[in-house]
Ligand binder design. Structure first.
Ligand code: FAD
Length: 570
């Protein structure tokens, strides 16, 4: 049958048509039939932390992709099939007479395991599988190989390994046409051998149920709606989809000064509408923008630029190298990357609220040890944006509402929660980001939390972000705080980062009292904003001393002393 291939193209991390090496490869097989599908994997639906803002962004991307597929062939679209790939594919292969399965490579730990299983099932069914890298500038496994088989822990290592691999691939054009999809009947009767012997079953009903469970409420494999998913309405203003991503990129590169002279440390974390960086991260996460398209469009502007262009790592292309660095670290360390325990690159620090580890599997259980009520209170107040430090609270509220905050804002809240304030385990913070970020990318989130907590990638723990002096440098007036903490909107700029210092008479005349822990937000005719939850300079000094201690002990997550029950007692 290979003379007229019947191909499934499995969309996952690549919700786009432009620069998709795997999709172009699928089309180069000259298929008679091509099914573009998305499998609604219960791992993500039920086992991951995903807030409604990221769901919505995903649905936007899927709807946009589906419309683009239909524009190339009126019979085509994104067929969203509601079942786990590990059980679905054997049935699909048979029902649709599939000869080839093609998808973009994914090096996330769970994805590797899942794809390994799917490849096995395809082999059993006589289906040829083709996997092409396309999610990063360099194939992450190649990067690790050229880094002497080790996780990439610095930009220098990425640049050196990248130079050995060769040029970053140039982007590919989007296809101009698509083959028809075949029939989408999914009568899986034959897969249910015991059905006829089950006295309680109604055969017709069962097939119908199977079909609608797989094909959605209207039986047409449509992209789910927010209502079908049963999730809350999204509150983010940021929208997904390839069309929007390419438009944003066009606008960015049209401004050649911005693009060529971009220096990350000089971009203001307090800027909003518009923000100071590109906000393309959620598009890179869902693959509605190709990172090589981004890279080469920017490089094209830099090459033509008459003035002095910025250089990696602070330049825009440098930002994409950081992304590749974290993907390389994750590709090498696999499951152990996401936690301290068993992680050879991650320093062991005796944080408050450490994870509980399942002693058999060595994986985090999703629970944590509540060994310190005060730390639990700090963590809760951090999460809910009521620490009493307006800079921190404004960022956490922006994160929750909009699903995106500036990189240096992420620095500020991550440092504050871990080594520069609360001394709470970075894994707790990473979990909150995982739920709320629209750009949540396991590799980047985990890697950056390790960086900020000085457990890997970075070690200058004596450099802390002050929640007062740092934002003052960017935004003297406190516009950002006024926007996200409206209780403080009328406070004098002098007190905007330290409202507890304002005289009571002033607090009253500005309509907001500084008191309590933020659980109460009104008192009579006044609004209420919390008192700071601790004395910051005091906490910072305690943390620095503790970090110094932990560094001098010098244990890493894979040290047997950490494994053998001394996890919490060290
Ligand atoms: P730009 O400055 O415009 O950069 C362009 C692109 O480069 C980004 O879209 C992103 O893909 C990549 N990039 C930039 N900085 C980094 C970085 N430090 N690490 C990795 N990639 C980078 N980024 C994520 O994509 N997903 C995450 O889950 C994530 N979690 C983070 C958690 C913490 C604690 C911190 C400190 C940073 C995290 N980052 C994460 C990295 C970074 O903050 C975001 O990528 C960036 O702020 C996204 O905004 P942008 O698209 O405007 O970035």
């Amino acid at each position: 049958p290979t003379s007229s291939p019947r191909v499934i193209y499995w969309f996952r991390t690549d919700l786009r048509l432009h620069d998709s090496p795997a999709l172009i490869h699928a089309l180069s097989l000259s298929p008679s039939i091509l099914y573009p599908i998305w499998t609604w994997d219960p791992y993500y639906v039920y086992h991951s932390r995903i807030g409604s803002n990221r769901w919505k962004f995903l649905l936007d991307c899927q709807n946009n992709l589906s419309a683009s597929l239909t524009a190339l062939n009126p019979k085509s679209k994104l067929f969203v099939i509601r079942e786990a790939p590990q059980t679905l594919f054997p049935k699909l292969f048979k029902a649709w007479g599939i000869t080839h399965l093609v998808f973009e490579k994914d090096t996330d730990a769970y994805a590797r395991e899942r794809d390994g299983r799917v490849i096995e099932l395809a082999r059993e069914a006589g289906v040829e599988v083709i996997v092409k890298p396309g999610r990063t500038l360099y194939d992450s496994d190649e990067l690790v190989k050229e880094n002497k088989g080790k996780p990439t822990m610095s930009i220098n290592q990425v640049q050196a390994a990248g130079a050995k691999i060769g040029d970053i691939p140039r982007p590919l054009l989007a296809p101009k046409s698509l083959p028809d999809p075949g029939e989408t009947d999914l009568d899986f009767k034959q897969e249910r051998p015991n059905r006829d012997h089950d006295a309680n079953s109604n055969p017709r009903k069962e097939i119908e149920n199977t079909y609608s469970a797989l094909a959605g409420p209207n039986g047409d494999f449509a992209v789910p709606t927010v209502a079908e998913l049963g999730i809350q309405e999204a509150s983010t203003p940021h929208r997904g989809g390839e069309t929007i991503a390419l438009k944003i990129l066009d606008e960015i590169v049209a401004d050649s000064d911005y693009t060529a002279t971009f220096e990350k440390p000089k971009t203001a974390p307090t800027a909003f509408e518009p923000q100071a960086t590109t906000l393309l991260s959620p598009h890179l996460h869902f693959g509605s923008l190709s990172c090589r398209e981004f890279y080469w469009r920017v490089q094209g502007v830099v090459d033509k630029y008459k003035g002095k262009a910025s250089q990696p790592p602070t330049s825009l292309t440098g930002q994409l190298l950081f992304r590749d660095m974290y993907f390389g670290a994750q590709a090498s360390l696999n499951y152990s990357f996401r936690q301290t325990y068993n992680n050879s690159q991650c320093r062991f620090i005796p944080w408050h609220l450490p994870s509980e580890i399942d002693s058999k599997s060595g994986l985090i259980t999703g629970k944590y040890h509540i060994d310190n009520q005060e730390a639990l209170e700090w963590f809760t107040r951090w999460r809910e944006g009521r620490t009493g430090f307006p800079w921190i609270d404004a960022l956490m509220r922006q994160l929750k509402q909009e699903g995106w905050i500036h990189h240096l804002g992420r620095h500020a809240v991550a440092c504050f929660l871990t080594r520069g304030g609360c001394y709470v385990d970075w894994e707790r913070g990473a979990e909150v980001f995982e739920e709320w970020l629209i750009d949540h990318e396991a590799a980047c989130n985990i890697g950056n939390w390790q960086w900020l907590s000085c457990t890997a990638f970075y070690s200058q723990f004596y450099r802390c972000y002050s929640p007062i002096a740092f934002p003052q440098k960017w935004d003297k007036e406190g516009k950002f705080v006024r926007r996200y903490c409206p209780e403080l909107a009328t406070f004098d700029a002098k007190y905007i980062y330290e409202p507890w210092k304002a005289p009571i008479a002033d607090q009253k005349s500005w309509g907001c009292l500084i008191k309590g822990d933020g659980e109460q937000n009104e008192e009579g005719k006044f609004m209420v904003y919390p008192n700071p939850m601790f004395d910051f300079p005091e906490r910072r000094d305690i943390c620095i001393r503790a970090m110094k201690n932990a560094y001098s002990v010098g244990l890493y997550g894979d040290d047997p002393r950490v494994v053998d029950g001394s996890w919490r007692k060290l």
